[in-house]
Design a binder for this molecule. Structure first.
Ligand code: SIN
Ligand code: FE2
Length: 217
């Protein structure tokens, strides 16, 4: 565990290209991690993490919540963005300024100017939780990138092609890493392999991932 942490510090600041317009920004969110986690605590007090049901009737292994003017949800009727939390009927918690700034800074570093997210999907992974290969395609237009921030336990991110059957690259993501993808890479399949129980110094046996999107008009 400690060894792994030394490695993150060592590669913080490096940028890896995983596609023509897809970059891994190592350690980009490391310094803000404490602030981000404090904000999440506030968010989950209003909109707790929950295991949503997919249209095919399965409960997702990943627990999720949202912040921003729009939030992503799924139930038996399908996937969509809503202004209100369906559990409480109240608006999703507002996106903290620190989130929006980090997202637009990361997008710029990844080659996308003027990214103004209106949705932040927050995923919580316990050991064994996974996310099968999918495209992020419920957003209104695909001109804006996706910015994904990882905190806590490490995970193996899968970054595939434009068909589900395309071979996916395995990209290890650690606490503080940020992935940005857009342009011709915007609709590439991606997912997360079952997370191994390698407790993190700050978050223990949890991984938290935020994905920032421009979902509305
Ligand atoms: C996502 O695709 O929504 C999340 C990806 C991740 O958890 O790294
Ligand atoms: Fe996704």
């Amino acid at each position: 565990m400690e060894t792994q942490d030394f490695f993150h510090v060592a590669d913080a600041g490096t940028v890896e290209s995983i596609g023509p317009r897809a970059r891994v920004l190592r350690g980009f969110a490391q310094e803000q991690a404490g602030e981000l986690l404090a904000s999440i605590e506030q968010i989950v007090r209003i909109a707790p993490f929950r295991h949503m049901t997919t249209p095919s009737g399965y409960a997702m292994s990943v627990a999720l919540t949202n912040s921003g003017s729009l939030g992503w949800t799924t139930d038996r009727r399908g996937y969509r963005y809503t202004a209100d939390d369906p559990d409480s009927g109240r608006p999703w918690p507002a996106m903290p300024a620190v989130f929006a700034r980090l997202a637009s800074d990361a997008a710029r570093r990844g080659g996308f100017e003027d990214f103004e997210p209106d949705a932040c999907l927050i995923n919580e992974y316990a050991p064994g939780a996974r996310l099968s290969l999918h495209q992020d395609k419920n957003e209104h237009d695909y001109g804006a990138p996706i910015v994904s921030v990882s905190l806590g336990m490490s995970a193996m991110f899968l970054f595939g092609g434009h068909a589900r059957s395309d071979l996916a690259a395995k990209v290890p993501l650690h606490h503080g890493d940020v992935v940005v993808w857009g342009g011709e890479d915007r609709l590439r399949y991606h997912g997360v392999m079952p997370v191994k129980d390698q407790p993190h110094l700050v978050l223990g046996s949890r991984r938290i991932n935020f994905t920032f999107r421009k979902a509305g008009r």
